[in-house]
Design a protein around this ligand. Structure first.
Ligand code: F6P
Length: 537
């Protein structure tokens, strides 16, 4: 492996000045540096990857054991070694095949929970399940991280299919979040879903108790009847007082950030209905089948991962911008932040030795065209190169506004072209000359209008954002993260890095109440004292 990494780095150094645009001189680049699957087309021709770089990248995937590890994952092996767990979110979206974990077929259990949540969702939607004040008008999902980001992102993305009660999401321990969410709602017609894999997460449990008090004030002892829970910890859901009929469990082999496909997706299922939810699952399953069966060089998640490795580990670009040209995908960058950064933001390899390469990049973004009027300036002319990952559907959902959708698509394509093409000094000088400028002022003004170009991007194009297409896209990114993790030797399925802050928060809280628990640094103590003073305590 080291030889391949070294060769890739040396090859990149030797060809750093090669313009991406010149790579198109070979006529068939667009077809060869693009990958398709299930109605998705990933164009990665606007990157500096050429034939030789591609050959080496594919060797990384091959020698890095991607195919073997992929099979181990689908077969239920404990590939999450630091938690000694299988990794089988894929089982949640392929309800037909048997999946054996530690000698037991887990699918009858998965199917039973899927049937129970579908039944419950139908009853909530058609009014058979009622609140004290009648049919449920609003659903509040209380969860954080993977128990919030997935359903929230997908519920917004699939808004054109909403035909159930309104769905709201509360995640932050900041009381403002729950206060603002609950304020306009009628407790007598609201269903609260407490979504927490562990049912111990402080933010979620605190918000759940706040919601329970809010509901009790209105409907008294009937309040627990309007709560449902989604968790792996069934003892804790019953201790919270939620009837087992409204508790939907899942196993520890579903990671939090991979959990939208199962009961954590209950709020989404209530919003769009079980049938549409199943189409979302079918999309995920279709991407699984593609990922599992397709040779590495035509494999969509593998190619997206190799482009990511090329930009971050080989070219050294520190961040990756995800730019969906779809307003309903506005939560996708936040969702991908958790998926990618919690999965691959590690410093040690699976065996505990320090990583030999930098780990995952910073992932960020906003939908287009909004971002164009905010941070694209830096992507075009800043000194840091930021690979951009564009995403756009050929068709929108508003037939009367098709002209606006065309404008949206045009902007998306124009941005990737502008990033690659740029504008050189001569062109900028000609522009300034045409405006009548001359001499030193022409030169000065022209320099501000130069775009370096040669900035890489990928474009993921698809027909329309349907439940099935969203399922495919999310599964694509999940497998991308997996492939990158395998090549880097990372366990992408644990998240030990979130623990320390959680522990310290529990120790800092007493400090804010004037109780010094000891062991804090002077800066933290001083800040806590200032809070104490400012609150007038
Ligand atoms: O803080 C990290 C984390 O454990 C995430 O991995 C997870 O998605 C989130 O917290 C929420 O956890 P839970 O679903 O157990 O409340």
């Amino acid at each position: 492996m080291n030889r391949i990494w070294d060769e890739l780095v040396a090859y990149r150094r030797a060809h750093e000045d090669q313009p991406i645009l010149a790579l198109f001189d070979k006529g068939d680049r667009v077809e060869r540096f693009g990958t398709k699957a299930g109605g998705l087309w990933l164009d990665w021709s606007k990157t500096a990857i050429d034939d030789k770089a591609l050959e080496l990248l594919l060797q990384l995937a091959d020698k890095g054991g991607v195919a073997e590890r992929r099979e181990a994952m689908f077969a239920g092996a404990h590939i999450n070694e630091t938690e000694d767990r299988a990794v089988l979110h894929t089982a949640l979206r392929n309800l037909n095949d048997a999946v054996v974990v530690d000698g037991v077929d887990v699918m009858p259990g998965v199917r039973a929970v899927h049937a129970a949540m579908s039944d419950f969702a139908r009853k909530v939607r058609d009014g058979r399940f009622k609140g004290q004040g009648g049919a449920i008008t609003d659903v509040v999902n209380i969860g954080i991280g993977g128990s919030d980001l997935g359903p929230k992102m997908a519920t917004l993305a699939l808004a054109p299919w909403h035909d159930g009660p309104r769905v709201h999401f509360v995640s932050n321990v900041d009381g403002a979040d729950i206060a603002d969410t609950l304020a306009p709602l009628d407790p007598a017609t609201t269903l609260v879903i407490v979504a927490s894999k562990t049912f111990t997460t402080i933010e979620t449990m605190t918000n759940a108790e706040t919601a329970r008090r809010w509901m009790e004030r209105a409907i008294g002892a009937a309040a627990p009847g309007q709560f449902a829970a989604v968790s792996t910890a069934l003892d804790k859901t019953s201790a919270f007082g939620i009837d087992a009929d409204r508790v939907f469990g899942f196993a520890d082999w579903v990671g939090g950030r991979y959990s939208v496909w199962g009961p954590i997706g209950l709020s989404l299922m209530i919003a769009i209905g079980p049938d549409r939810f199943d189409e979302f699952l079918a999309g995920g399953a279709a991407m699984d089948a593609h990922f599992r069966a397709t040779p590495l060089d035509q494999n969509l998640p593998v190619m997206l991962a190799l482009v990511g490795i090329w930009h971050h580990q080989i070219c050294g670009y520190a961040t990756r911008a995800v730019l969906p040209y779809d307003n309903r995908l506005s939560r996708l960058p936040a969702y991908l932040q958790q998926l990618e950064m919690e999965s691959n933001g590690k410093s040690v390899a699976m065996d505990g030795t320090p990583l030999e390469r930098v780990s995952g990049p910073v992932v960020w973004g906003e939908p287009g065209t909004n971002g164009q009027h905010a941070f694209y300036q830096l992507i075009h002319q800043g000194t840091a190169v930021i690979p951009a990952e564009f995403m756009v559907a050929a068709r929108g959902h508003e037939p009367d506004l098709a002209h606006q959708h065309m404008l949206l698509v045009a902007n998306c394509l124009a941005q990737s072209e502008a990033l690659m093409r740029g504008r050189d000094l001569e062109q900028a000088r000609a522009l300034m000359a045409a405006k009548g400028l001359t001499g030193a002022e022409l030169d000065r003004q022209a320099r501000h209008r130069v775009f370096p170009g040669n900035r890489p991007s990928t474009t993921l194009l698809f027909d329309q954002l349907t439940p099935r297409m969203l399922g495919q896209i999310i599964a694509l990114y999940e497998h991308r993260v997996f492939v990158e993790g395998v090549i880097l030797g990372i366990n992408s399925f644990d998240q030990w890095g979130v623990e320390l802050g959680k522990e310290l928060a529990l120790k800092v809280e007493p400090l804010l109440k004037g109780q010094d628990t000891g062991g804090h640094d002077p800066s933290t103590v001083h800040l806590a004292e200032m809070v104490w003073e400012m609150r007038g305590a």
